[in-house]
Design a protein around this ligand. Structure first.
Ligand code: 6R9
Length: 662
């Protein structure tokens, strides 16, 4: 267990942080727009209703879905922390996301406005989506995929990615989507852990004006793992691909010959829907398992409540990649369960120009935008004149997710994108929570720049101190969730004990989120970032241990300690301290060589921004590296308490060595 010292939790940093003091000086307040409030999907009553009868509230939300068998039981919490929601209900998730909208007469409604990076477009209606998902489901069946199997998905941001996920759901196979920016090694580890039978990929996707290959990484990954029977390949870029006869199958060839009819089977509410890997502190990524009925209930409800979605008139756009949980819950399952019309964009925000996002908002008349603070900060850097060139007047709700949004970025978002009048909803949640947990409601909450503020109706969150006591208003500590929720993770795939240890042991009976948080004088919650050793770089979780292991796998590196240092653009930037092997010298190319090595091992997102060779690393007596001291160095701060160090002189050596870090 990693809970034995405050050093590894970095708690001192969390509560004494200067930025926290600044954050809580923030006194600007913004009332909900009157017109939005008057017609809002959810009003203040929902909080009261859920407080009076939490389970009754969720039972009512479950009725948003179409069940083959209505559940009679809401929650079975007889064996915590293993929850069962709507246990005796049965449903088909893909039917709920697609077919039922067609049956309700909305088959002609556009489900996905796809915008490719090179400018190619496709509008896919719900009726067309139903045919495509059915053909893909039939294709997976032909390839031998059955209920309970796992399918890995390694794809660019194209409609076939959503189709592939829904096809898996339709036949009861669990998908494991691996972000297309991950390396072959990372993909191999995930394929192996989930024991995937089929991999769905593409030749490549378009990024920054060029085709970016995916298939070679799959080919390489499959030299390292057994058990994959077929690779299904979508043609997107038409670049050349290696081909393994008998194993590889073109998506267009197999789907073309399938029937567009497929009768969806009803599965139990607790049927596994997907596994999504998230970084852990002990190297091996954690396969977060989500199931069907509870997950779909909460993503549908939150998408309806937090974004005030009106499916007949709104055009919704979430800019996340489908490889992250935001893409799962708020591109695929939530919006489609609600019959939304949405935009899906393949590429980068600055291709072919830095106004691409705003051009897309203008072109499709986007009304609800959901993006990340790191993206907002990038736009701020590029200049106010860029969004000012476009007509953004269609927008009515602005969402943020992925990391704490600093008040400056929040205000910029509201002013420059939202014409100074559109509500910003800062949504806190995690891969593990499956759906949004803490967020303002756009028609109800008086918003505060930089704060996620309040737990949604039906959700119980609070902040506790080291001794598990709830902190008073004005106090800081750890964010915990005190009651089970429908879209909660069910376990870590194949490792129930790790599930218990990671989330339920720090504060028995409560879910430990790993985030620092503070309650302001109104009792509103402000998130302060991770308290463990997971870094957040541009909204992506990367564990220090993974990067350290990658560095140490380089022949010139003996030891490494990695920290996330505050960074204006990316939230945190990776700074690595390395001890070189005896014979290695600090020659010129070394730093780049090490950065590239990490990039090749873990994927470009994990490349350290700085690599600093040092003679020694600060360690506690129990042998743990004291990352918080290294963070102090990396962030040019005075050193915190060094009394638990084996040798306090080490820090002096590091600082002497690093004039550049001062
Ligand atoms: C959805 C997602 C989860 C971690 C989480 C927290 C950070 C996400 C946030 C936020 C402050 C917000 N986080 N949203 N921090 N305010 N609105 O990002 O999931 O990739 O699993 O990351 O992201 O630290 O613990 P995931």
């Amino acid at each position: 267990m990693a809970w034995d010292t405050a050093d590894t939790l970095g708690m001192g940093d969390v509560v004494s942080n200067e930025s926290l003091a600044n954050l809580l000086k923030e006194e600007r307040r913004f009332a909900p727009p009157a017109d939005l409030a008057a017609a809002a999907n959810v009003t203040a009553e929902a909080y009261e209703q859920a407080k009076a009868d939490r389970l009754g509230f969720w039972a009512e939300q479950a009725r948003r879905l179409t069940w083959a068998t209505e559940p009679s039981e809401t929650l079975d919490w007889s064996n915590p922390p293993f929850a069962k929601w709507f246990q005796d209900g049965t449903l088909n998730v893909a039917y709920n996301c697609v077919d039922r909208h067609v049956e309700a007469g909305n088959g002609d409604r556009v489900a996905i406005h796809f915008e490719g990076e090179p400018g190619d477009t496709r509008a896919i209606t719900y009726a067309e989506l139903k045919d495509e998902v059915s053909r893909a489901a039939n294709a997976l069946l032909e390839l031998g995929v059955r209920k309970g199997d796992r399918v890995a998905v390694y794809m660019p941001m194209i409609p076939e990615t959503a189709v592939a996920m829904l096809a898996c759901a339709r036949i009861g196979a669990a998908h494991s989507v691996v972000f297309g920016g991950f390396s072959a090694d990372a993909l191999a580890t995930r394929i192996k852990d989930a024991d995937a039978k089929v991999v769905i990929t593409a030749d490549g996707g378009w990024r920054r004006g060029k085709p970016s290959a995916l298939k070679p990484a799959v080919d390489e990954a499959l030299t390292k793992v057994d058990g994959v029977e077929h690779v299904l390949v979508v043609r997107r870029t038409s670049q050349e691909v290696g081909w393994t006869e008998g194993r590889d199958v073109w998506w267009h060839e197999i789907t073309e010959r399938q029937s567009a009819e497929h009768t969806p089977e009803a599965f139990e509410a607790e049927q596994p829907l997907f596994i999504l890997y998230t970084s852990g502190t002990t190297g091996k990524p954690k396969g977060i398992l989500h199931t069907s009925g509870g997950y779909l209930t909460q993503v549908a409800y939150t998408h309806h409540a937090v974004f005030d979605l009106k499916p007949e008139t709104d055009v919704y756009w979430c800019t996340a990649d489908v490889g992250w949980v935001t893409g799962h819950s708020y591109i695929v399952y939530g919006p489609l369960a609600n019959g939304a019309t949405q935009v899906m964009y393949e590429g980068t925000p600055d291709t072919p120009h830095q106004g691409r996002f705003w051009e897309i908002v203008q072109k499709y008349g986007v009304t609800i935008l959901y993006t990340a603070p790191t993206v907002i900060r990038m736009f701020m850097k590029w200049g106010d004149d860029i969004p000012a060139k476009f007509d953004l007047s269609s927008l009515r709700v602005l969402g943020s997710v992925g990391e704490p949004i600093n008040p400056e970025a929040w205000i910029w978002y509201r002013d420059r994108i939202g014409a100074g009048s559109k509500p910003v909803v800062d949504t806190w949640w995690q891969t593990e929570t499956g759906a949004i947990m803490i967020s303002p409601l756009p028609g109800v909450t008086e918003t505060k720049p930089g704060s996620a503020q309040v737990a949604l109706p039906g959700i119980a969150a609070t902040v506790v101190d080291d001794e598990a006591n709830e902190v008073p208003d004005g106090g800081g500590g750890y964010l915990v969730l005190t009651e089970p929720w429908p879209s909660m993770l069910r376990t870590i795939w194949g490792d129930d004990q790790r599930f218990i240890d990671t989330y339920w042991s720090r504060f028995p009976g409560r879910y430990f989120a790993g985030d620092g948080a503070k309650k302001d004088d109104d009792g509103d919650i402000w998130l302060l970032g991770r308290v463990d050793d997971v870094m957040l770089v541009s909204g992506h979780n990367i564990s220090t241990t993974e990067v350290e292991s990658a560095l140490v796998s380089h022949p010139k590196v003996a030891e490494a300690a990695v920290v996330g240092a505050a960074d204006e653009t990316t939230g945190q930037a990776i700074v690595a301290f390395v001890i070189l092997r005896g014979t290695a010298s600090e020659d010129e190319g070394l730093v780049d060589e090490l950065r590239n090595h990490v990039g090749a091992t873990l994927g470009p997102i994990a490349k350290p921004k700085r690599v600093l060779p040092v003679a020694e690393l600060p360690k506690t007596r129990s042998g743990k590296i004291m990352r918080r001291l290294l963070r102090d160095v990396a962030e040019n701060r005075a050193l915190g308490d060094v009394t638990t160090l084996t040798d306090a002189g080490v820090m002096q050596l590091i600082q002497d060595k690093l004039p550049s870090a001062q």
